[in-house]
Design a protein around this ligand. Sequence first.
Ligand code: PLP
Length: 472
Amino acid sequence: MRSKLKEIYDPTHFRQLGHTLIDLLADHHEASLNAETPRSFPWEPPDTQLQFWEALDKEPTTPEDLFQHILSRSITIHDPRYIGHQVGMPAPTGVLFSLLSSYLNNGMAVYEMGMAANCLEKLIIDECCTRFGLGAHSGGLLTSGGTLANLTAMLSARRAMEDRWRGKTPAILVSEEAHYCIARAAKTMGWPPEAVIHVPTDADFRMQTERLESLYKQAMERGQQVIAVVGCACSTSTGSYDDLEAIADFCEQHDLWFHVDGAHGAAVVFSHTHAHLLKGAERANSIVLDFHKLLMAPALATALLYKNNQDSFRTFEQESAYLLDLQQDWYNSGKRTFECTKYMICAKIYGIVKTHGWDAFGENVDELYENARTFATSIAQRENLVLGAPVQSNILCFRFVEEGLTQEESNAQNAFIRQAIIERGEYYIVQTLLRGYRFLRLAVMNPFTTLTQFEELCTQIESYAKAWHESQ
Ligand SMILES: Cc1ncc(COP(=O)(O)O)c(C=O)c1O
């Protein structure tokens, strides 16, 4: 045995380093929650950042030092002043169970390599199907992220609707506000761009479902065969929920596949207060739900649920000499997912559930949604800040407005504000374009973010709006 390998797998080293890392993370966690971590969002231009790593690369570095360097040069989601992208603050329990999964490294696609994993995955999926009310024949799987889950759902729809679109060009109807991964899924399936038919949204950024019928007819007249409608629950930019009941009615009427992209907002299924936003989702053929957004699991952790579990088996249906056969068995989850070596996603979800209870998910959602509403009320009280859309979730879009500025100038001013905020590094926020206007976009992901912190952010925004004039 080569000595290098003995060193790599030495249990004593593993134990010591593991203790060091957990102590470091626990200290960091405590300081982060109290917003005491220096430079939680240490923005640097890419070339400057790269220079640091290139210099370090030339030096010997201990793992302990490397832990510190990576921590101090990354975004601290656990700091309540993180109000940026829709990546959730992972529960420490979930982090620890991720470590367990990484240690085990059981590629769980087949039962014999994932005995515990395939059973835990089934428990999670069954509970989700029950919560969504998908019925007795439902089922599903866990996979690596909403993007892959949406692609998988589109592949399932294409497979299930094969008899309808053969010899024609398949197409899907989807809100103009849908996440880009839906169009990417169509592209991945080899469909032309016009296969994704965008349904306009109303003033609140919700799909104009009354337009579905005419868009459907026009597509059919052009020789396209619409096979599915995708509803947003909720949309990415503004967090708006489509009228899923209206979409379900339309799909039933035309016998189409109804898919709900609930990567972000289907998490309300666990909330007693906000579950009504999903009315109609129980009639969907497929639903995507990310656990790494609103449900506290470390990324990636996504459920793809089906009303008819058989559809999940038909997506990839194939035989391979050493691994796969055509039996529809629940315990070989790789038959239904893209992944071959499949990470034990279930452990981090189930670890959270078993430790803190399923209700923990609803509590997180309620806290975040309520905080977003409180922050929206505070925006309404400020003279120069206006909301871009009613707040239906934990996503807030607003912009600084000033009389006398053109749209272009106003956009430049808001872009300047957002850049100044991230370069200052005390808060982390993102931005979006809504109907040609640049908006500051906040996803309230951390339940510890306070109104006082939010108001301090608004004050910084106002002062950078003034600074923009000076920079001109
Ligand atoms: C509505 C929606 N769908 C899909 C995705 C993609 O999910 P993931 O980042 O897990 O691939 C996102 C991500 O923000 C989203 O908001």
